[in-house]
Design a protein around this ligand. Structure first.
Ligand code: XBP
Ligand code: MG
Length: 230
């Protein structure tokens, strides 16, 4: 039987990328005197690489092969980015996606266990939750560099399952991206995808169900792929 729900964060619990992380990255770049400016469109391409530090390295390798940058400098920029990100969330910048709070509340009432499996830095998860719900609703918050290989590797979901001492068959994962879906599926999890602007053209063939979002009573979700039987 179903015992736990495991959630991705960025793009799934909230639309944090375009108006959150991306804006914060650009603030960090300006503040460091760099002329990098990640447009909405470019950021969509950069999202192919998960993890903020890894994303900056990918950007340099791909678009600025002339620039040399130490890992320590990238780590410094990443830290500054996350501070800007936290400030942005404190201003109430980013709400949870439709249906998220409703589902979490219903799951708790049904005694389902809850966990988080994300590529983002732990502080970013706490910043998002602090402005929306109690972080103690989640018994495991697996985030960032806690595993060496980020999504699409299954490591972060494997880690959550090990922590919860649950077989994948008793859990359901929620994701928004192809990298996230691959990660969850490779950990053996049945996965529901809620798409967003950045991920709507990703391949979700292996998902159990693909939805526009989790919906609200006055604004039901659209079923993009899959059926509701079984
Ligand atoms: C999304 C990501 C993250 C965030 C930024 O991960 O790829 O890299 O864009 O986070 P998920 P950091 O959807 O799995 O939560 O800068 O803190 O790495
Ligand atoms: Mg995501």
């Amino acid at each position: 039987a179903l015992q736990a729900l495991i959630f991705d964060v960025d793009g799934t619990l909230a639309d944090t990328e375009r108006d959150g992380h991306r804006v914060a990255f650009n603030q960090a770049f300006v503040n460091a005197g760099l002329d990098w400016d990640w447009s909405i469109e470019l950021y969509g391409k950069l999202l192919a690489v998960t993890g903020g530090k890894e994303r900056m390295r990918f950007y340099l390798d791909t678009y600025r092969p002339d620039v040399r940058m130490e890992d320590s400098k990238i780590a410094e920029l990443h830290k500054a980015k996350n501070q800007y990100y936290a400030q942005l969330l404190e201003r109430g910048g980013i709400p949870l996606r439709p249906g998220v709070k409703r589902l979490l509340t219903a799951a708790r009432a049904a005694n389902l266990r809850l966990a988080i499996s994300t590529t983002t830095t732990p502080e970013n998860v706490f910043a998002l939750l602090a402005n929306n719900i109690e972080s103690n609703w989640f018994e495991v918050i697996a985030a960032g560099d806690i595993v060496p290989k980020k999504k699409p590797a299954s490591d972060i979901y494997d880690y959550v399952l090990a922590q919860m001492q649950l077989p994948a068959a008793n859990c359901l994962a929620f994701e928004d991206s192809e990298n996230g879906l691959i990660s969850a599926m490779d950990a053996g999890l049945t996965t529901i995808v809620t798409i967003n602007d950045y991920t709507q053209n990703h391949h979700f063939d292996r998902a159990k169900l693909v939805l526009s979002d989790l919906g609200e009573p006055d604004r039901p979700c659209q079923i993009i792929q899959g059926d509701t039987q079984g």
